[in-house]
Design a protein around this ligand. Structure first.
Ligand SMILES: [Zn+2]
Length: 346
């Protein structure tokens, strides 16, 4: 099944296949839940099925039975796939029964060893997620990445490219799966939303609130996140219109980062409205944007990006959000854009 937001990634890979330039090592990147695994599965199907992913032949049928995410007690799944030359490597359960955060060097060694065996037909090794490999494990993979056996494809899936060492990156060709805000993805969402859930919402907006990750949108909808998000958005807009609303923000407590992301989305949307010079669907946002200088929107966008990137540090997020909200509450009548000290210093 090709997901609509994977189409440009598919185009890229098809081009490689058509020109016989499929690399030995392929790195598939994209945020969590963007469907990297689905993409890898459909690529494997494309490579193995003789009838271009027919979905009916024995290869296609056996591939759909593969559930490498099950059987969690094994870190390297050798010959466990329904296609005998498919080898998976991933983090395993540790002794305390929880999922290990690392992929260790002995796992990678076992993985490489299995791939080193001669095989008549195409061998495919998948590591998920490659950014979980510790440094020894990553080093252990280098030789195999450099000199793979003939007829072998290694696929690495990774959420965060920056967590991968340069030595690994430079040996792979990368295919990135982007966030999606397209109508086709919204249509896919409409088709995949549970029929029993509420249907009085706009799927494009739902996609936006889930940061362009359709699978996350489906998940958000199961909880009350989407409705909570709408409440945050409404309050944020009220604050920009009547600044005294800044004293009624208890619904933000404990959700500082997600509220910052919600505001980030509003500002991004606002900047789009300014640049395209036409009104958006959100009347309140139009009102705020109309009265605000685009420079201030860009300034605030920068500050919010910095604030979000600081969420991993020990910074006091509540204080940071309060500071951002003070600027936001005055955004349409600022004389000069103020500096947020604890953001600028970092
Ligand atoms: Zn087939």
């Amino acid at each position: 099944m090709n997901l609509p937001w994977h189409s440009s990634a598919h185009k890229k890979i098809n081009k490689m296949i058509d020109h016989n330039r499929l690399p030995h090592a392929l790195l598939i990147t994209g945020v969590q839940k963007i469907g990297k695994f689905d993409f890898a599965q459909s690529l494997i199907q494309k490579l193995l099925c003789k009838e271009s992913s027919c979905g009916k032949c024995s290869v296609c049928l056996s591939l759909t039975k593969d559930e490498p995410n099950a059987n969690l007690e094994h870190g390297v799944l050798i010959r466990r796939s329904h296609y005998p030359n498919l080898i998976y490597c991933r983090a395993e359960l540790n002794d305390s029964g929880s999922m290990s955060k690392d992929i260790r060097v002995d796992q990678v060694r076992a993985f490489c060893e299995s791939l080193g065996k001669t095989a008549e037909s195409l061998q495919i090794g998948i590591i998920f997620y490659a950014d979980q490999m510790n440094i020894n494990a990553a080093n252990g993979l280098l030789k195999t990445l450099e000199e793979p056996r003939k007829n072998t494809l290694i696929i690495l899936l990774a959420h965060h490219v920056r967590s991968l060492p340069q030595t690994v990156l430079s040996r792979c060709q990368t295919i990135h799966i982007n966030h999606t805000y397209e109508q086709e993805s919204a249509d896919w969402l409409s088709k995949n939303i549970d029929k029993d859930s509420r249907d009085d919402f706009d799927t494009l907006q739902l996609l936006e609130s889930s940061h362009g990750i359709p699978y996350k949108a489906l998940e958000d909808l199961k909880g009350d996140f989407f409705f909570q998000y709408q409440n945050w958005q409404n309050l944020l807009l009220e604050i920009a219109i009547s600044p005294t609303k800044i004293y009624d923000t208890e619904i933000f407590d404990g959700n500082e980062i997600r509220v910052l992301k919600c505001l980030q989305q509003l500002i991004n949307e606002g900047i789009k409205i300014k640049i395209l010079n036409h009104e958006g669907a959100n009347l309140e946002l139009n009102k705020v944007v109309e009265r605000t200088s685009s420079n201030y929107l860009f300034n605030l966008q920068d500050d919010i990006n910095s604030a979000i990137s600081m969420s991993q540090t020990t910074v006091n997020m509540k204080l940071l959000l309060d500071n951002v909200l003070i600027i936001w509450s005055h955004i349409s009548h600022l004389k000069k854009y103020p500096a947020i000290t604890n953001i600028q210093e970092n």
